[in-house]
Design a protein around this ligand. Sequence first.
Ligand code: ZN
Length: 341
Amino acid sequence: MDPYEYKTSRIDRNTGMLYPDLAEARVCPLCGSPESRKLFVKEGFRFVSCEKCGMVYTGFRAKEDRHEKEEYSEKLRNKDHEAALSADSPKKIRLERLLRKIEKRFGGRKDLRILDIGSGSGISFYFASRKGYSDFYAVDINPGAVEVARERFGARAFLGDLREHGLESGFFDVVIMDNVLEHLNDPCSTLEEAARVLNEKGMLFVSVPNIDSFIIRALGKNHRFFNGFGHLNYFTPKTLAKLSSACGLTPYSVETAVEEMTVSRLFNLMAKRNLIDYDIGSIEYHESKKAPGASSVDKKRESAVKTAAKRACAPIDAVLVLITNLMRRGAYIDAVFVKKQ
Ligand SMILES: [Zn+2]
């Protein structure tokens, strides 16, 4: 079943909402208050803001479907890696930035124990192993993904909920939760467990979409982040920091990342969707595109134009990144937390 069919089969056409027997009511995941104000309805879900603390979340969640999970994990095996490893993948940029922080904090030590919660097929280990780290631990709810993390990166991999595996307190130097907290019904219980298994010098890296970003402010509820089937919690830098301190942690750094907003990225996306031609003004190129067997030439030109565009856009991108970061309005929040002393 494709995602569109999956969604529409669960929404009552008369009410426009999820069928009541599939919906489980939620309270504020940050302060526990049941009092909320409706923001909007989208694709069967009510999006609300907590009256007490301002946290944005879905008023209920959909009961899970095992079949869909299995399908998802199958997809992960095939597609996840290629997309994340491409040169301008947000995940790559994010993880490389994190690895620089780890290097700084631990003075280049390579014997660090690294746990990835919601690891997927272990892409973070790919980047970490290139920097010389090798002691990896993975937790994920997808059996297929956990298997890949184990096979490709030699990770000790656990299936399901982290809390069920009785890990030793203070065991880890680094814990990664990359785009995980927005999916959890009770994000605090997982943060508390992450804090428990972290050692005194340890770093917890959390990345989540930022609903206070320029891009979401511009697109509003139309932004793809607002997807009740996948995302239950919607953070701003403020509510993420609040949640962490309610769950045994202290912010070490809270930044936003701009990947989706850069001009060169926008150019690439438009070109990918054929909104811009890579070789504007060249008749020859248009002709050769149609000719069979011309793809290798096209690829070469394509990459040359891409590089030139990137170079030309670099100064604009730099200014954009600076402004967006100063205002903390990037598309993602990248935060590092440490144990509350
Ligand atoms: Zn609240």
